[in-house]
Design a protein around this ligand. Structure first.
Ligand SMILES: [Zn+2]
Length: 524
């Protein structure tokens, strides 16, 4: 039976849909690592540069004999440079974790160590936390290591949505004192933490809380709070402009609340001649797979299939907090992928917004359908750079596991920069080829392009070839297939299953306007 008449969708209280702001004071000022300083904190992390003799480095710590004894105990059990944790015998019983940082450690290695240290010290009763590091040999490594620990502490401290009858109190952290001069590095860390928290929180919300209607309302509220303009392309408008690829996916929804949200950030002072950039995100609030229904394991975490969109909006939030000097548009394709009598089916042919006709092969390849029209909307505005984020293909996870994201670009000259930013930021990406001849696989007799192939061979590459048809060729574009968005136990410094992977990366990529200009100019 086809349901008719208005369907009421319950919208949950906004305070549950938008995460609470993290109220932790972060200050950076030079502070000598002494017994007296540590006694003023409830907890501390101490970073030492890893050397051939870790015992020697411990010599400089207060209570050195106690630390060396602890190290020897670990070394007897075969650990060369373990994490050492103990409470100091002072009036605060300060809980201290000591970690050894390998010289030349990668961004990922620093974050992973930082995550372990943060877990040790974020215990109930620890309200005031100090972060210390001794001198490192290479310039910049000390601050980078401290920044990683700050990121990890903020990631661990950020609450995640829960609706328990008796909420658990996770920690008491209220102050972080970094023993270093104030630095833009730490400001950036806080901005990235806010963006990452938003991305993870939204992705973790149950699908009966974050349906497409509630999601749109939450984005409108965020726009009001952050000073972004908000525009919504709803079903009637998408019908009018002919966004057939998006509409095919939204067709089985029992409501007409799906659509494309456009959030716009405008800087107070724009750099001269700075055209805007566009962030695009896949926001499938729940993916059943559609009429080609997913099996139960595959469907279990599909409330997180909107993480591309939450990473895009998390990146927008972080760049807003950092007062980015260029305009940013954020385009979010928001709908469910449902089953039902109206669901789109294999062999249907639909016409996308830019006129390209698509023959449907698999209803679970809905991400590329909604992104197709959203990328057209975004790239028609002629931004100088488009980045899209999506939890798009299982093939990408098969190729990279859930530790790296895949990157695909219509400007191969960007490969080095994209991968270097991954190594540097600690959120790693790997560039895949997307030569034109892959299009052969998507040729089809009855339409311009096949949505995908029947098997999943190289589906991450074919999906990016498919998407490239909907991006104006004159616009540099990078597509990120977010394989690490969901991972048991988290990844690197982030402890939760929904990782918000991509915000930290994108802020490293876009946060320095001069570096971004230089990269884009090199393409000209
Ligand atoms: Zn799907």
């Amino acid at each position: 039976m086809i349901r008719s008449g208005p369907i009421r969708v319950k919208v949950f209280p906004m305070q549950k849909v938008i995460p609470p702001e993290l109220r932790i004071d972060v200050t950076a000022k030079p502070l000598v690592l002494s017994g007296a300083a540590l006694s003023r904190a409830d907890g501390a992390v101490v970073l030492l540069e890893k050397t051939a003799s870790p015992g020697k480095a411990l010599q400089k710590l207060p209570q050195a004999a106690m630390w060396r004894k602890l190290l020897r105990a670990h070394q007897r059990s075969g650990q060369e440079s373990p994490i050492l944790v103990t409470r100091l015998p002072n009036r605060s019983q300060t809980l201290v974790a000591v970690g050894f940082v390998k010289p030349g450690a990668s961004g990922f290695e620093r974050l992973e160590l930082a995550g372990k240290l943060a877990k040790e010290v974020l215990q109930p009763g620890v309200a005031r936390l100090q972060l210390h590091a001794n001198e490192f040999t290479a310039p910049g490594e000390r601050a980078a290591a401290l920044e990683a620990v700050l990121s990890a502490v903020l990631a661990h401290a950020a609450p995640m949505p829960e609706q328990k009858s008796k909420p658990a109190v996770a920690h008491d952290l209220s102050h972080v004192d970094i023993a270093d001069r104030a630095s833009p590095l730490y400001d950036r860390s806080r901005a990235m933490a806010a963006g990452n928290h938003l991305a993870r929180w939204l992705a973790a919300l149950p699908p009966n809380v974050l349906g497409s209607i509630a999601y749109r309302a939450a984005l409108q509220e965020l726009a009001r709070r952050e000073g972004w303009s908000f525009k919504f392309y709803g079903i009637p408008q998408l019908e009018k402009i002919g966004a057939g690829a998006f509409l095919a996916v939204a067709r089985a929804n029992p409501h007409r609340g799906a659509g494309v949200v456009r959030l716009t950030y405008k800087p107070k002072r724009t750099r001269q001649g700075a055209a805007g950039i566009a962030l695009v995100g896949k926001g499938i609030c729940f993916d059943t797979g559609g009429i080609n229904l997913k099996p139960h394991r595959g469907m279990y975490t599909m409330h997180g299939d909107m993480q591309g969109s939450s990473v895009a909006v998390g990146t927008l939030l972080a760049l807003t907090r950092l007062a980015a000097s260029y305009p940013i548009d954020c385009w979010l394709a928001i709908t469910e992928n449902e089953i039902g009598p109206n669901a789109f089916r294999p062999q249907e042919v639909v016409r996308a917004l830019n006129g390209v006709t698509i023959q449907v092969v698999h209803s679970d390849a809905e991400g590329r359908m909604v992104l197709a029209d959203t990328l057209t909307l975004a790239s028609r505005e002629k931004p100088r750079f488009v980045l899209d984020f999506a939890t798009l293909t299982g093939a990408c996870v098969n190729a990279l596991t859930d530790r790296y994201a895949g990157a695909f670009t219509n400007r191969a000259g960007l490969h080095d920069w994209l991968q270097q930013t991954g190594r540097h930021s600690g959120e790693r990406v790997w560039c895949f080829p997307m030569d034109e001849d892959f299009d052969k696989e998507l040729e089809c007799p009855g339409a311009d392009v096949l949505q995908c192939t029947l098997d999943s061979k190289g589906d991450h590459i074919l999906a990016s070839r498919f998407l490239s048809r909907f991006v104006e060729a004159s616009v540099p574009w990078v597509h990120f297939d977010l394989a690490p968005s969901e991972r048991k136990g988290g990844l690197a410094h982030v402890p939760t299953e929904m990782t918000g992977f991509g915000v930290r990366y994108a802020v490293h990529l876009l946060g320095d306007a001069d570096a971004l200009d230089a990269q884009l100019r090199s393409l000209a």
